[in-house]
Design a protein around this ligand. Structure first.
Ligand code: IVH
Length: 693
């Protein structure tokens, strides 16, 4: 299992336990109210409810419409409606050191092609630890509030947000007609402490931290509960707007503040790394005294025209980053080390710890990364170790406290064979990762690939979590991805029928098949990502989808690219972020006949749709192949490339018959010559800018 699956596993365990408890409580409710024939004592019943409440306090995402906690007294509430965001809600990249802050500024300057004398102002504001929310005002009235969700689609929490006093329900006349304000819903430390006191007085479990308390309070289907919890809101960015009212981030903050939104302080404008660091230190020093929890400082390029030019990469803006506070640490005992096998066969050692609270969260697992790391840190089983947790990153073991040794500690021997399938393991070409060579023979790899296939950024099949994949695998129901789409058919022959399996019923089976069927249409980029090819993440999958437009073309091109002398291979290498390593993993995947079989059976079940480029369409360069060469004056090469791609052009590194335009800056050389020979249209930088408007 990849290191990042550690947390999912906990959430999955929690989800399974939640499902069981909820079913159990519902059954007792029915016995008590419906048939007046309780099977358990009141005390036992209360214990079940308390466990469920504790789970929901720790994992607010488990609060569902039909959870028994949502049914007390009030009529059953409706579930949360889904809302598609007009402008995606993004996340932020992170920096952790002065050097990385410097790199961030340098990247911005380079992208914008600025000279050393040009000024780039940065707005530095506290990063509030809550949950992000988008408020939509139409005709200056609040008409909708949505959670971030996966960034593209969130949940409708309008009714709950209307109970937050900080959120203006109407805006003054000078606000634009259409305005989306993005910000953070949070709970103040004092209110959090009081809430937990009340929880305990009522015999209910306390919340782990203010963020969980805020999330649990807003995701209440019973808004009477939300109303009692004191929530607040800070506005920090915009979504869709009908007209521009400021040229800077600073101006946006001022306008929001005039219109009645609270703004997080202390915020400042800084001109260089030294000033940013000073502001960061200042906020860090004030952190403990602030009435709310923060986990870092957000740096944003102040000028909005710069922000627009910088744009986005994957899921985060190039114009902003989060400078995170140092990790929190604690000491505990290492009880054991387990080896998890990931979907690419990687053997990851996972430390099983005596549970300990680190920065408000109970930690019982930590990653040890790889076998060299265990040797380097000199970790033995039974050792006292320092555990560290930074933000949402997986907890890590920092070091061993050798002076606490008693002599009873034992060495850990890293296995040379796969602990799951007993295949040989290898470390290829000096790789720090040892991998199982079993491929799909290894059940761990096969199961992990299936889990990846249905995960949120891939097929995103609701109701088909890790535990269920594991179960269906063991029962022989799902052995390869296409089996998921044949499950309904296959399950008809099951004895006993799926509906009668423990924890299942008519409704849950029906829901599962519905959510599987919903995913028979899939965009090409998600499809590629879902295949779980090593090193092919979300961004690379998108690039491949743009470059190879459909599955048949992708397969044919990857087959042709097996020959390193071929044009197909150089085309592959011309794709951004595809270096020889990624290219080899791709070629390796398409060289395996069983992978091609998997693709063929999937194709029969699915309708794979062309990747919808975010902004494309009517630009004259959409769909054209462009090559840049020579020195550009108005923008840097990365900016030129990002701009062209955002308009739907394909930027290639080499001139060929397929090139539509060569954009030649000063001192253009061999590419210009080749373009002239091939009769490719050559544009100056000016002409190019005129063409793209
Ligand atoms: S700006 C396009 N500013 O941090 C960038 N985010 O790790 C939009 N957050 O999802 C985010 N305080 O929930 C921004 N002052 C602040 C913030 C902030 C907290 C959260 C936000 C975002 C997350 C990213």
């Amino acid at each position: 299992m990849s290191a990042s699956a550690l947390f999912d596993m906990n959430l999955e365990d929690a989800r399974a336990r939640h499902r069981k408890l909820a079913a159990e409580i519902a059954r007792h409710d029915e016995l008590y109210h419906g048939s007046d024939a309780p099977e358990v004592s009141d005390a036992d019943y209360d214990a079940l409810r308390r466990e469920l409440e504790k789970l929901e306090a720790d994992y607010p995402e488990l609060v569902t419409e039909d959870s028994p906690t949502q049914k007390v007294g009030a009529a059953p509430a409706k579930g949360f409606k889904k809302i598609k965001h007009a402008v995606p809600m993004l996340s932020l990249s992170n920096v952790f050191s002065e050097e990385e802050v410097d790199d961030f500024l340098e990247r911005v300057r380079k992208f914008l092609s600025l000279s050393p004398d040009d000024i780039v102002e940065i707005s530095a504001e506290p990063k509030i630890d809550g949950l992000s929310c988008s408020l939509r005002y139409e005709g200056r009235k609040l008409i909708q509030a949505a959670t971030r969700g996966d960034g593209a689609t969130g949940e409708d929490i309008t009714a709950n947000v209307l109970t937050i006093k900080d959120v203006p329900q109407a805006l003054p006349d000078d606000a634009p007609d259409l305005l989306e304000v993005r910000g953070e819903i949070y709970m103040r430390r004092g209110d959090f402490a009081k809430l937990n006191e009340a929880q305990e007085a009522d015999g209910k479990p306390p919340f782990a931290n203010p963020r969980n308390a805020a999330a649990g309070s807003i995701r209440q289907l019973n808004i009477e509960i939300t109303k009692e919890r004191k929530l607040h809101f800070f506005g920090y960015a915009l979504g869709e707007v009908s007209e521009r009212f400021s040229n800077t981030q600073w101006g946006i903050r001022q306008a929001l503040s005039q219109w009645g939104f609270a703004e997080a302080e202390p915020t400042g404008l800084c001109l260089n790394t030294a000033k940013l660091m000073a502001h960061y230190e200042m906020i860090l020093n004030e952190r403990a005294e602030l009435p709310y929890e923060i986990d870092g400082v957000v740096y944003k390029v102040n000028r909005l025209d710069f922000q627009e030019r910088l744009g986005f990469v994957s899921r985060s803006p190039r114009w902003a980053t989060a400078h995170k506070f140092p990790a929190e640490q604690a000491v505990t005992i290492l009880r054991d080390i387990d080896i998890q096998v990931g979907r690419t066969g990687s053997l990851t050692p996972v430390a099983r710890l005596e549970p300990i609270t680190v920065g408000g969260v109970v930690v019982s697992n930590a990653t040890l990364h790889n076998e060299d790391e265990i040797v380097r840190k000199g970790v033995k089983i039974g050792d006292h170790v320092v555990v560290q947790r930074a933000g949402d990153v997986i907890p890590q073991i920092v070091r061993v406290l050798e002076d606490k040794r008693t002599g009873a500690e034992t060495d850990f021997v890293f296995p040379k064979r796969c602990p799951i399938c007993d295949s040989e393991t290898l470390r290829e070409g000096g790789d720090v990762i040892r991998r199982c060579t079993g491929g799909l023979v290894c059940s761990a790899q096969a199961v992990e690939r299936l889990k990846h296939f249905v995960s949120r950024l891939a097929f995103d099949i609701e109701g088909l979590g890790d535990k269920i994949i594991q179960l269906f695998w063991e029962k022989g129901l799902i052995k390869s991805p296409a089996d998921i789409f044949r499950l309904e058919e296959k399950s008809k022959a099951l004895q006993p029928p799926l509906q009668e399996w423990e924890g299942w019923g008519e409704k849950s089976v029906e829901n599962l098949f519905a959510s599987i069927n919903e995913r028979r249409r899939v965009s090409f980029d998600r499809f590629i990502y879902a295949l779980g090819i090593r090193q092919v993440g979300e961004a690379t999958a998108k690039r491949l989808a743009v470059n190879y437009s459909d599955l048949a073309t992708l397969i044919a091109s990857m087959k042709a690219a097996q020959d390193s002398e071929s044009e197909a291979y150089s085309d592959l290498l011309a794709i951004e972020d595809v270096g020889p390593g990624v290219a080899d993993d791709l070629r390796g995947f398409f060289a395996e006949s069983h992978n091609l079989d998997v693709l063929a059976s999937l194709e029969k079940e699915l309708s794979i749709e062309a990747y919808d480029r975010p902004v494309a369409g009517d630009s004259p360069v959409a769909g054209k192949v462009v090559v840049f060469t020579g020195k550009l004056e108005k923008m840097s090469r990365p900016e030129a490339k990002a701009r062209a791609e955002s308009l739907g052009a394909k930027v290639s590194a080499a001139v060929s018959q397929k090139t539509d335009y060569l954009v030649a800056g000063a001192e253009a050389g061999s590419k210009l010559k080749k373009a002239q020979e091939l009769g490719v249209a050559v544009l100056s930088e000016e002409e190019w800018l005129t063409l793209i408007g």
